[in-house]
Write a protein that binds this ligand. Structure first.
Ligand SMILES: [Mn+2]
Length: 437
């Protein structure tokens, strides 16, 4: 079944990339997976991950030195695989069974063999110019914009990969929650997560964010603590990668289910689901972000943190001090998938509004996009200090703030497909629900 989906995927990409070659005037496009990088003055390599332009075509995320060649008018892409003898390392990752049918595969030992197969008018995408393409043909921006733009609409294979990445992450999130409830340290919780999805740390689509108590207010808390804390709250933001495609999921838990913080999580969950339902073809992610600022303000008012209307809290950007990031982003073979700000295939940008410069997606939604929806509410000491010194300090109930600071904050993040028929599919909620059966 997945082999069929993959065949369709490569055929669809082949058609889209033929159009890119026509639009940009290149005769062929070659995409390298990348090279293994050594640490400075050492014989230890950094862990390798193929770049997203390559992963979009072939699920060989750990295989360095591959090249994909798409020639104008050809029916199949060529895939060059480095097969030099190497007794030191485990054999490199192979394509899943059946996937090789989508390529003309050429095994090579030296890069000169690849160079001999290149046409004169080839564009080349790779971190380093290993094929010695002329400068203006190496990572030409016009081609990169075209690729990023077509990437907004995910093929059924890409959708299934992100769906499966959600299915595999759900039990890992459950294992992490249980480790937190058992009083584990952040490092031990991350280990429980990895065991729960049977993955190496190097396979994670992004570093596991696992914040206990106040650490839940650090948006990207990666330096996980080794000493266990007396558990109050826990925020975990972690995904799984399947065929090079990511899931990106956040959950927040309260240790004491009777606490105000637990009730605040419940209300955030209601608001998050309301925001998930706002997506749709032609909808503006900027509008939904502004709506999400209002909803966070409502939560703060409901829990007695703010003594002002939601409208005032948004207009004066008080809500933004508790929720200082965007509602979401595109998701695919980049965790923050590219194309979210592109107005067209030529690379014109739709910049975020001045008030919300961190928004990663401004372009109206199109069919088959995958978006994250991740509203947050945090008690961040640096921002609280600024509010206390600012003109709206009198509209904030500081004793209430002090009660919530030890819990850090809340973020709830799901992955949503905007389907061509207008329906929305919540991959994350479905994955958690499917696990409980
Ligand atoms: Mn995210």
């Amino acid at each position: 079944m997945v082999v069929e989906l993959y065949k369709q995927h490569v055929a669809e990409k082949m058609q889209r990339f033929q159009e890119i070659l026509q639009a940009t005037g290149f005769g062929e496009l070659v995409i390298g997976s990348g090279e293994t990088k050594m640490q400075f003055q050492d014989d230890m390599p950094y862990s390798f991950k193929a770049n997203p332009y390559f992963r979009e075509w072939a699920p060989l995320a750990t295989r360095a030195g591959c090249y994909l060649q798409i020639i104008a008018g050809a029916s199949k892409p060529r895939l060059f695989l480095l097969t030099a003898e190497d007794i030191w390392h485990t054999a490199p990752e192979s394509l899943p069974p059946g996937f090789e049918q989508s390529f003309e595969i050429i095994e090579y030992e030296t890069v000169d063999e690849v160079k001999k197969c290149l046409g004169a008018n080839a564009a080349f995408i790779n971190e380093t110019n290993t094929l010695e393409a002329v400068a203006e043909h190496w990572n030409p921006q016009a081609v990169i914009h075209q690729i990023d733009y077509q990437r907004r609409g995910k093929t059924p294979y890409e959708q299934e990969s992100v769906r499966e990445a959600n299915r595999r992450a759900a039990p890992a999130h459950r294992a992490a929650q249980q480790a937190f409830m058992a009083g584990a340290s952040e490092v031990q919780i991350a280990a429980a997560y990895l065991a729960g999805c049977d993955s190496r740390e190097s396979e994670m689509p992004y570093g596991i964010i696992a914040g206990v108590n106040e650490h839940a207010a650090v948006l990207h808390h990666h330096n996980l603590f080794k000493q266990p804390q007396t558990p109050r709250s826990f925020l975990i933001d972690a995904g799984v990668e399947v065929y090079g495609y990511a899931s990106d999921i956040t959950r927040t838990y309260a240790y004491d289910s009777g606490s105000d913080f637990a009730a605040m999580i419940e209300l955030m969950d209601v608001k998050q689901l309301e925001l998930c339902a706002e997506g749709g073809i032609g909808k503006s992610p900027v509008d939904i972000h502004v709506l999400s600022q209002h909803k966070i303000a409502e939560v703060l008012i409901e829990f007695g943190v703010l003594n002002m209307s939601a409208e005032e809290a948004v207009a004066n950007d008080i809500a933004g001090s508790f929720y200082p990031h965007g509602l979401g982003h595109h998701l695919g073979c980049n965790v923050h998938d590219k194309g979210g700000q592109l107005a067209n295939a030529q690379g014109d940008i739709l910049p975020p509004p001045a008030k919300y410069p961190k928004l990663r997606s401004g372009a109206p939604m199109v069919a088959n996009q995958i978006h994250t929806v991740e509203p947050g509410l945090y008690f961040i000491p640096a921002y609280l200090d600024k509010l206390k010194a600012g003109e709206y300090a009198g509209s904030i109930n500081w004793s209430r703030v002090d009660e919530f600071v030890p819990y850090g904050g809340i973020r709830i993040e799901d992955n949503i497909i905007v389907h061509a028929d207008g329906s929305l599919e919540n991959l994350t909620r479905d994955a958690f629900a499917g696990m409980q059966q």
